[in-house]
Design a protein around this ligand. Structure first.
Ligand code: MG
Length: 388
């Protein structure tokens, strides 16, 4: 039987924008957009709550964001600084539990002994505020789904619990999009069937759900009831490591934006592989189009790798071959087929490989020791767009 735990979802509020407001007091209280360039190209990476009031959202094309909020202050962003702060926050989490699933730079699930969740959430909220000055929201429940929903309800800068017994009162009135995996297009389709809230979904028969969602209908059936038995995914027992970004707006830009996103995702995957001491043989690119069809395309390499350069090269080549027609809604990069033993290569490593290996070893040791302020490459700084 599965051990009963309390699960927390800790999510820093408007993370990149909050860091900018912390570091530059003149930005506080103002609509701030992080990302893009002054010419209005690129995508808003994160926006402050003041900008959100105008309808600006993360991953929205900057041009559209500035139409909605012309007075917004656009800040280029400093990924090295964000990684540094993220590590500082992660170190706070580690004081409370070793069982942590890092979801992204500003989001993590924590598992705690049953009964400890709420008090720990309050303690984390306070410690993050006092030690970093940043707002964080924490959702508390007995599973990942409800912890995530509770966190959304807590936002901004608060703590909220949502237990299974609260589901009819607090979860059911929410729109169907409160369920992870149900995006705008699926919500639209459900609306056409008269299904608007989570309660409407909970009242659908399994047969109806199966007609709408196909093989995903089981998880929708349970999620609508607040039931979720997914365990925390920690890197030592993972079968794959992946990072993905969903855009709230369709993305048409194939030249500038998507390669930058793929590079960024590859870099995250590479770092996590090296941290876990594993190498992967198979690189997979995931793409979702605006009609919600999703494709994955993989390439298996002759030698396992943990190099972000190799991962990026493979992922980008897969993209160039299989990108289909714009616009895109989601892009993801996954590494799998793990190989923990050092493989003997028949060919001598190239000078470039050796140089990169040494460089990455230095980079990772610095990153573990001091945080990442010193080690993010110039290239990475340009394209750090991650969905917040
Ligand atoms: Mg966040």
């Amino acid at each position: 039987m599965k051990k009963e735990l309390d699960i927390l979802l800790c999510d820093l509020d408007a993370f990149f924008a909050s860091v900018e407001q912390l570091d530059q007091p003149e930005l506080r209280g103002k609509p701030v957009i992080v990302g893009g360039d002054p010419a209005g190209r690129g995508v808003a990476s994160t926006c402050s709550y003041e900008a959100r009031k105008f309808g600006v959202r993360s991953a929205m094309p900057l041009k559209k964001a500035l139409e909605l909020c012309p007075l917004a202050i656009v800040v280029k962003g400093n990924m090295a600084r964000y990684v540094e702060v993220s590590r500082q926050v992660r170190a706070i989490f580690e004081r409370f539990t070793p069982d942590i699933e890092v979801v992204s730079i500003d989001e993590a699930y924590l598992a705690l002994k049953k009964g400890k969740g709420l008090q720990t959430a309050a303690a984390i909220h306070m410690a993050v505020k006092q030690e970093t000055g940043l707002p964080i929201s924490v959702g508390v429940s007995s599973n990942k789904l409800l912890a995530k929903v509770a966190c959304e309800l807590a936002k901004p800068d608060n703590v909220k619990a949502l237990w299974v017994e609260d589901v009819p009162q607090l979860f059911w009135p929410l729109p169907v999009r409160a369920i992870p995996g149900i995006g705008p297009k699926a919500a639209e389709k459900l609306k056409g069937l008269g299904i608007k809230t989570v309660k409407d979904l909970a009242q659908c028969s399994q047969a109806t759900l199966s007609k709408i969602f196909g093989r995903n209908s089981d998880y929708i059936y349970f999620f609508a009831r607040g039931i979720d038995d997914r365990e925390l995914e920690q890197e030592h027992d993972l079968k794959s490591i992946s990072e993905e970004t969903t855009f709230p707006e369709d993305i048409y830009d194939r030249q500038d934006y998507l390669p930058a996103v793929i590079r960024d995702l590859s870099s995250g995957v590479g770092f996590r592989l090296r941290s876990a001491g594993i190498k992967a043989r198979t690189i997979t690119l995931k793409l979702r189009f605006s009609d919600f069809t999703t494709i994955t395309r993989s390439k298996t390499l002759p030698d396992a790798t943990d190099s972000e350069r190799v991962i990026d090269k493979v992922a980008l080549a897969l993209f160039n071959r299989h990108c289909g027609k714009a616009p895109w809604r989601l892009v993801g990069v996954k590494a799998s087929g793990f190989d923990t033993e050092e493989q003997l290569t028949l060919l001598a490593p190239s000078v470039e490989d050796e140089k990169e290996k040494q460089l990455l070893a230095v980079k990772d040791s610095l990153q573990h020791k001091y945080g990442s302020a010193v080690v993010v490459s110039g290239k990475q700084l340009k394209g750090f767009h991650k969905t917040k």
